[in-house]
Structure formats: C-alpha cells, structure tokens
Design a protein around this ligand. Structure first.
Ligand code: GLU
Ligand code: MG
Length: 637
C-alpha cells in the first residue's frame, strides 16, 4: 500500500511540525530524480500485477467465516520460503492494511512478448497455491473485494472487540485495532488521519432497500459517545474507520513506459478508462453486514482515509488551514499530464503555489509542475524519527511519503533514485475478482489496451470533469448494465495523441461537446454500429496483426470473451452474482441483513469457485476458463 519505512513513528503533532520539511525535501528529491532520468528513453515494456488477498477461517460446524488475523505470520513464512532463499522466486509477498490481508505479485515483472500473457494466470495460481500451502486446515486465501461482515461482532478470529477509545488507532465502534497490520505504518496512518481530520472518518453508504428493510433505516449505536449519532445518515450504513476502506482488496497493474512522455500519455489515456473498467470489475456490494446500493468499493475507501479538516472540506471558513480541498487523498486524478490533455483539464486544481513556482523555475513544464504541486498540498501522514534527515540526492522517502499517500485512480511513478527502473504508470481502480482466470483476464485486457493505445495512437480524452462524473456512475448498483458513461466518439483522430514534448500551458481552448457522448459499457467495450467501434473489436484487430502462438491466442481470446460478456450483461459481475446469491438464500429475510450463516455460505462458495471445485457459469461462462502456459517466446511487441 505504499512506502514501508522502519523505525519510531511520530505522533500527529510531531509529524505536522515536520510537514514543511518533508514537502521541501520531497520536492528536492523529485528534482534530483527528474534531472537524472528525464531523458531516459527506450526502456522496454515491463509490467506487473498486484493482487490483494484476505485470509479467511471457516468453521463448518458453526457455519461461520471469519477473517483470520494471521497476515504477518503468513507473510513472514512466505518470504522466508520464497524470496529470502531464492532471488528468482516466482512470487513476491507484501503486507497490506488488514492483519487478515496479504498482497502477492509476480517475482519478476512480465516483459513485452505476447506469450507473457499466457503466464499470468499460471503465476496467480502459483501464488494462491503457495499461500494456501502455509495455511492451516479450514483456512483459505480469498480474493473478495469487501468482506460482507467486516466490522460486525466477531468478524475476526481471534475475536477482538473494538475499543472505541481515544488512545487507540481507529477509535472505531466496529473495527478493532487488532485487525490493522502490526507494521507501525498502518496504525500510525490510521491515527494520524483521524487526528489531522479532528474527528473519526465518516463513511455512509446507501442501504439497498429490500421488501422488509425498515424505512427509514436508522441505526443506533450503544457505545457511541455522540460522534456516530452526529455522523450517521438515515437510510445509510455507517462506518467509522480506515479499515472499512483500506481493509478491502483490489487488483492493480503497473507498467514501465519507454520514456517519461509515453508514461504521461498512458497516464492520461488510461485515466478515462478507469471508471469503465471499475464498473466492469464491480465486486463490492456489501458493507458491515448489510446489502447496500453500491457495487464498488471506491467511495468507501475514499471516505475511509479522508483526512481533510472541516475547513478544508468547506464546512468552516479557512483559519488554520491553507486551502479548501475538493477531494479525499484517495480519489480520481485531478489533472491530465500530456500536452494533448491540457485543454481537457477542467477541474479546479488546488496547488501549492510556492512549490509550483519552484518546480517551474527549475525547468519543469507547467503540466508536470502543477501535478506535483497538487499532490504536495497534502501533509505527510506518517514520519519516522530516524527518517527525517535524508540525502536528497540519493533517497526519495520524503517524495514517496506524499506521493504514496495520494491514492488516485492512476499513479505516475518516477523511477527510484539510482535504479535501472524506468518511468512507470499504475492503474488502480479495479476490484479484485474471485478467480485467477478473471483476475488474469482484467489484467491482460488492460495491458493489451495500452499496447493498442500506443500502436494506433488512440485518443480517449474527454474533459476530466466528465471522467469524474463517470466515476460516480460506475459505483452505482448494476452500473455495468444500466450506467451511461461519457466517452469520446472518435478515438482515432489522434489530435491529442502526441507522445513527444510537453510544452507550455495552452489555456482557453474550448473542447467540443460533440467530441463525446453518453454510451453504455456494452457500446464502449463491444461497439455499436454507427456509434462506436468498441474496444474489444479494436483489440481483436490488433491481435490479428500480431505473431501470437496458438495457445496464447486462445488464452487471450478467452480473457477477452469474459470482458465482452461482462460488458454485454451476458455474464454477471461478482457484485451482481453476490446479490443474487444472497437474494435466493433460504435464510435471507429480504431485510438487507447478511447473517453469519449467509456470510459463511457466500464466502465458502466464493472459495470453492476460486479452487475450481464448483462451476459458476453465470459468472465465468462455460468452457473457457482453461488457459495453460506453453512458453513460446518469439513474439515481441
Ligand atoms: N486496498 C486498496 C484498494 O482496494 C489499495 C491499497 C494499495 O494502494 O495497495 O484500492
Ligand atoms: Mg496493495
């Protein structure tokens, strides 16, 4: 989830005292990196995925599924058996926010040959097997985005009651601090977000109103000192801790671009794709034991780390803070980075003017300077006593401190100092899928799309405010079938598809409202005669011109078939499938409540599907979940 420094974490007051220092040196560190590698080009495509997992314990007698707080031990064992003994080990394991979570990536990045696509599923399967092999009987590794009963009484094993006290990290009425990873970064982030904000975080998710759901739906909380009563909204499921957001799992992809300008171009192009792929990956309809009216986790995480004060949120006049800030640190991007994106930058951008001027005076162009100056309006959230004074020419912790706690849909990643890593871009909106097949399909779809964008110089840009509107639609229940999304009509114009050069600002250019239209996901992905060609048909025509061995082609076609059928509604998203599972459960009382037993049955079923012990044609289709690795490598792209 970001930079993992070791040492003694400072309190919020102490961290705040060093905020200017961190920002100043963060910028100096960025400038060192920029100067050293701005001209770097001809880096080859490398890419990798990140899958986040939950560790679940099943009690088949009591019919319970609980989150097992063994993440740190499991991680330690996996690292000891894997990367510590073999630098070429095929998997890498990292901690995640929940002490019931771990994150897995391939041991080495994938390279730029088509046949690599045929190894992704194999590697994900290896990860799942490897982690499962160190778990006890009745424990499992699950790729569910949001655990339905997260925050309900007894949702963890060992059971840990929440301790809503000031001295704790979350002070949550529901989410115990024991469920937060023990690495000090995570509890410090949690506490400092709460202290900076001046109150607990507030997450209100609209409840799904079923036949017997009380209306209005209003909850009261016995241990509340008044804060929850003030924060909760009628007809909403209320949550009060970072864990309700960062304790969810996702699927991310990072690519190395050949140069900084290619990275900026891909960053922009993919930003427009984020809401579309997020809706296609929807897998998170349940929160704190209730069926809700949203399908994706995004807004929940956004609220779960919203450290803005009342002044910054515009609820009080500015007195102690410097800016009004429109979004949480976890949100969609606020500015395009490539030259062609300039005229579509229509969101008010709050920037640190001094930092902007400094960057420009050092020769950074307007678009990049404003991007960095926008990220740097934030305070550092964690700081370790031993890591205050750094060598700015050779370290980048202060830069990474701010950068890695801006959790946006896309992340533009400068190379680490003195490394052979190039400029990278991270695609972050996707929800994790139940099976390795689906996760491979989404990852391969996104990576292939980057190849097509680059080869055909495609242009998806629309005003960024429209992308933000799409983000809102994408999270709604059944957005994939019912949502309408702004999308560019003619993506082949190439007018904005300039990869080279990042010139000065060109303010005032009007965008043509005719350039984009509202489309369904089916139209965007599969195309519609006379309206839009469709991304899958474009990918298919690209593939026809590529040298691809038969087996890889077969796997890719199966992946694209899944995406195609999800987009058309022929196959269900995980969110829809889970909703239907609950609705048809004999114990479900149509009151939006997910009981322990329903939760158990659902998670057990998810586990069986992931283990390929049962089929789930509504979700996966029939007969195409069979990618196998062959290993032919003659087909570089
Ligand atoms: N788990 C977070 C999510 O679902 C992402 C954390 C990270 O950046 O690794 O988006
Ligand atoms: Mg992660």
């Amino acid at each position: 989830m970001g930079l993992l420094s070791q040492g003694s974490p400072l309190s919020w007051e102490e961290t705040q005292r060093h905020a200017e220092h961190v920002r100043k040196h963060g910028i100096l560190q960025f400038l060192h990196i920029y100067r050293a590698v701005r001209e770097r080009h001809k880096d080859v495509l490398k890419w990798g995925d990140e899958v986040e997992y939950m560790l679940v314990a099943f009690d088949h007698e009591k019919k319970r599924a609980q989150l097992s707080l063994i993440g740190e031990e499991v991680l330690h064992t996996l690292q000891e058996k894997g990367e510590r003994v073999n630098p070429n080990h095929p998997t890498l394991w990292r901690p995640e926010y929940g002490s019931y979570m771990i994150e897995g990536t391939p041991g080495q990045p994938y390279g730029g040959t088509m046949s690599e696509f045929n190894t992704v599923q194999d590697n994900m399967r290896k990860r799942r097997q490897e982690a499962a092999s160190v778990l006890k009987e009745n424990a499992a590794l699950c790729t569910v985005t949001s655990f339905p009963r997260l925050g309900c009484p007894g949702f963890t094993i060992p059971e840990s009651p929440p301790t809503p006290i000031e001295a704790g990290a979350s002070k949550s009425l529901f989410f115990p601090d024991e469920a937060i990873n023990k690495h000090p970064r995570f509890s410090t982030l949690t506490r400092n977000i709460r202290h900076r904000r001046g109150e607990k975080v507030v997450i209100n998710v609209p409840i799904f109103k079923d036949k017997n759901t009380p209306s209005p739906f209003i909850e009261t909380f016995p241990n509340d000192d008044g804060e929850a009563a003030r924060a909760v909204k009628p007809d909403h499921v209320y949550m009060d801790a970072m864990g309700f957001g960062m304790g969810n799992c996702c699927l991310q992809v990072t690519f190395q671009a050949c140069s900084i300008s290619e990275a900026r171009y891909l960053y922009d192009q993919l930003a427009t794709i984020c809401p579309i792929v997020m809706a296609l990956s929807a897998a998170a309809p349940f929160y704190r034991g209730y069926v809700t009216d949203i399908d994706c986790r995004w807004g929940v995480i956004s609220a779960s780390v919203d450290d803005r004060t009342r002044e910054e949120r515009g609820l009080e006049p500015l007195k102690n803070n410097r800016y009004r800030i429109d979004k949480s640190r976890y949100d969609s991007i606020d500015s395009y980075l490539s030259e062609g994106g300039e005229k579509y930058n229509d969101i008010d951008l709050t920037i640190d003017k001094e930092i902007y001027d400094h960057l420009v005076s050092e020769g950074i162009d307007h678009l990049l300077a404003q991007h960095i100056a926008h990220l740097f309006i934030r305070d550092p959230l964690t700081l370790f006593e031993e890591k205050i004074h750094l060598d700015d020419a050779n370290e980048s912790d202060h830069f990474e401190n701010i950068q890695s706690t801006n959790w946006q849909t896309m992340r533009f990643k400068p190379p680490p100092p003195n490394s052979d890593i190039g400029w990278r871009v991270e695609f972050r909106p996707m929800e994790v899928q139940l099976t390795d097949f689906e996760n491979s399909a989404y990852v391969v779809f996104v990576v292939l799309l980057t190849r097509v964008i680059l080869s055909y110089k495609l242009d998806f840009l629309i005003p960024l405010s429209k992308v933000d509107e799409n983000m809102k639609v994408a999270q709604k229940r059944d957005a994939v079938r019912q949502g309408m999304f702004y999308f560019r009509k003619d993506i082949s114009k190439g007018g904005n598809a300039v990869v080279d050069g990042c010139g000065p600002a060109q303010n005032g250019t009007e965008t043509d409202a005719e350039e984009y239209a509202l489309m369904s996901i089916d139209t965007i992905i599969n195309g519609k005669e006379g309206v839009f060609p469709g991304l899958i048909p474009i990918l298919n025509s690209y593939l026809e011109n590529m040298e691809v061995d038969v087996d890889t082609r077969c796997s890719i076609l199966n992946y694209l078939k899944l995406i195609k059928k999800r987009a058309s509604g022929e196959l269900m998203t995980a969110a829809r499938w889970m909703r239907e599972f609950i609705a048809s459960h004999p114990d479900y009382k149509r009151d939006s409540v997910i009981t322990d037993e329903i939760n158990y049955n659902l998670i057990w079923k998810c586990h069986q599907i992931a283990q390929e012990q049962v089929e789930c044609p509504e979700l996966l289709g029939v007969g195409f979940n069979k990618a196998k690795y062959t290993g032919t490598k003659t087909d570089a792209f």
